[in-house]
Design a protein around this ligand. Structure first.
Ligand SMILES: N[C@@H](CCC(=O)N[C@@H](CS)C(=O)NCC(=O)O)C(=O)O
Length: 376
């Protein structure tokens, strides 16, 4: 109803004024008592709310939900052999995938209790934000805006990488200046796309970017001759060059134009779950530091004397229980998946078709960046 000012006054009428006056008088008389009652109600409400919030905090972690559900939902790559891909039996496999398995082994006692979601670059953060996945482990670079604006919390870096270029050897391209006037295929929704624009602008190199939504499309376009180069993380170049028709006809340039620290990410707002993902990841590195492998973990757990190892394996102390894990969590994880070095060798290193050096991904004791803080 839309009344003009005059009509509103008339609609009020004298009767209403009297009722209002009586109500005001009663209110004034009862004010101290009502104030007290209101205060008491408020205190009760605040207490009740803090109990509810306290309980929610204690129970609302994804950790409990995952343990109730009995499976971990992991966002993975389906198009990056060595990191995340689907094998001939239809199973997800790869270096990143093994960190999904490590978390499932530690949290659920079973490395196979994982449901995978194959995600392209553009889809991955929405899947994390909507709760479709519990954790994202898909060659994802840790950056400040992903930490802040996107709302991701990054666990320790599992693979230190950098962006590079692949070209046809016959193209004669050997340095960045040679990209003048060329076209470069790149995947959308990646740091790659942004770094490419930055670096080429800084060097004043004119080029045409061709963007695609998946690795298959990006490399398919390159193979079809639509562009002179593909740029992505060097790990991605090594991985995908294995799928090219004639890998020997292509070279990965030595130049590296960015830092790409890749690692697992969870959603902001759940410290309990973040801690679990963080410390399971550290656990793989810690196990390598102390020479604990899938083969010897049971023996080490039975015979180790070093307090630091006994605590890590849950033989002594409460370090694992404090994280919300069972005392055998690390034993299960190492027995079923292995330590960092075993995971690396299996998918990317000596035991794989890629035969990558550890490089920056070596333990800190071997000149690399892999370093786990103490479990205590
Ligand atoms: N590390 C970069 C790039 C990650 C990325 O998505 N790389 C591509 C190119 S190799 C990829 O994995 N594509 C697979 C797909 O989306 O199908 C980032 O986090 O943005």
């Amino acid at each position: 109803m839309n009344l003009h000012a005059g009509e509103a006054l008339q609609a009020g009428g004298v009767g209403v004024d009297l009722r209002e006056a009586r109500a005001m008088w009663h209110a004034a008389r009862n004010a101290p008592r009502e104030k007290e009652i209101r205060m008491r109600k408020l205190v009760t409400l605040v207490v009740a709310l803090s109990v509810v919030i306290g309980l929610a905090n204690a129970q609302d972690s994804l950790l409990d939900e995952i343990q109730d559900r009995g499976t971990l939902v992991c966002g993975a790559n389906a198009q990056l052999p060595g990191f995340g891909a689907i094998d001939s039996d239809g199973n997800f496999t790869g270096f990143d995938v093994d960190f999904c398995r490590a978390i499932a082994a530690a949290v659920l006692g079973d490395a196979d209790a994982v449901e995978y979601r194959g995600l392209n670059a553009a889809e991955r953060f929405t899947a994390l934000q909507t709760g479709e996945i519990d954790v994202l482990i898909r060659n994802t670079t840790w950056t400040s805006s992903r930490d802040s604006e996107v709302g991701a919390n990054f666990a320790p870096t599992t693979f230190y990488d950098g962006q590079g270029f692949i070209v046809r050897e016959a193209s004669g391209i050997t340095e960045l200046a040679d990209f003048e006037g060329t076209s470069i295929c790149v995947q959308s929704g990646t740091t790659t796309e942004l770094n490419l624009a930055d670096v080429m602008a800084a060097l004043d190199i004119e080029f045409t970017p061709l963007t695609f939504e998946s690795a298959d499309q990006t490399f398919g376009a390159y193979e079809a001759g639509q562009c002179d180069s593909v740029t992505t993380d060097k790990s991605g170049l090594v991985s995908r060059s294995s799928l090219l028709q004639n890998p020997d006809e292509h070279v990965i340039l030595p130049q590296t134009i960015s830092k790409e620290p890749l690692g697992p990410a969870v959603l902001h707002g759940d410290d309990t779950w973040f801690d679990v993902v963080k410390w399971v990841t550290f656990g793989t590195i810690f196990a390598e530091e102390y020479g604990i492998t899938s083969d010897n973990v049971l023996e080490v757990a039975a015979n180790a004397e070093a307090p630091v190892v006994r605590r890590f394996l849950g033989v002594d102390g409460e370090a694992l229980q404090q994280l919300g894990l069972e005392s055998d969590a690390m034993i299960n994880m190492i027995q079923q998946v292995g330590n960092y070095g075993e995971i690396f060798d299996r998918h990317l290193g000596a035991d794989s078709q890629f035969n990558l050096d550890r490089g920056l991904n070596a333990l800190y004791t071997d000149g690399g960046l892999m370093y786990a803080p103490p479990f205590r």
